[in-house]
Design a protein. Structure first.
Length: 207
């Protein structure tokens, strides 16, 4: 969000009506790239922190999909969405499509695997709600894009009045929120484990 605020004053056409990736075309596009890199690191860190908790088959599939999503986020930060079609803009579009489409599916598979773990019993409700919001974020973005495309034919992505930016932001927020919901219990358990080890006992929950 800090990256989008800083870039919006420099690249006004991105504003609140354009996808956040277009901030990369501003003078300080590296700030938006850093945001993509940070989200990619967040995805990979989530996988590292959950460890073997998502051992079932669905969890393994979701894990590999999240690896692809993490790589795609780094690609989105490396290749810019130039208005003139070129290799970089095509690669950015491909990376963006991977993140947008695959994240809800990977989150659903990973949530199902974590829900089967005894250590995640108390976190199942939060995981369910967070995964639901992920799908809501995707549907709001895709649905609004389709509606705008229908009522404003032909669609010109370069048109600054094409309102698809707020839905794009909401979608990214729901994706980020899911990562927080999954990672937060792990951080709490590790803190509790450290405290109990110092006291000479072990916590009830396992990580």
């Amino acid at each position: 969000m800090t990256a989008t605020r800083q870039a919006s004053g420099i690249y006004p056409h991105a504003g609140g009506t354009r996808p956040i990736s277009e901030y990369e075309l501003s003078r300080y596009g590296w700030v938006m790239s850093l945001a993509f890199f940070s989200l990619g690191i967040g995805v990979l860190a989530m996988l590292r922190s959950t460890g073997d908790a998502a051992a079932p088959r669905r969890g393994r599939i979701g894990r590999w999909w999240f690896v692809a999503i993490g790589i795609a986020l780094f690609g989105a930060g490396t290749f810019y969405p130039y208005p003139t079609p070129n290799l970089a803009s095509y690669l950015h579009g491909l990376c963006g499509a991977i993140v947008i489409v695959m994240f809800p599916i990977a989150a659903t598979l990973y949530r199902a695997a974590l829900a089967n773990s005894q250590a995640w019993t108390t976190a199942r409700g939060g995981l369910r709600w967070a995964t639901g919001f992920v799908w809501l974020g995707l549907l709001s973005f895709v649905g609004s894009t389709l509606v705008v495309g229908i009522i404003s034919q032909p669609v010109e992505r370069s048109n600054p009045h094409l309102i698809i930016g707020w839905q794009n932001r909401f979608m990214i927020v729901t994706y980020s929120l899911w990562l927080v919901v999954v990672s937060w219990p792990v951080a709490f358990w590790k803190k509790a484990s450290s405290r109990h080890l110092q006291q000479g006992s072990l916590p009830h929950c396992k990580t």
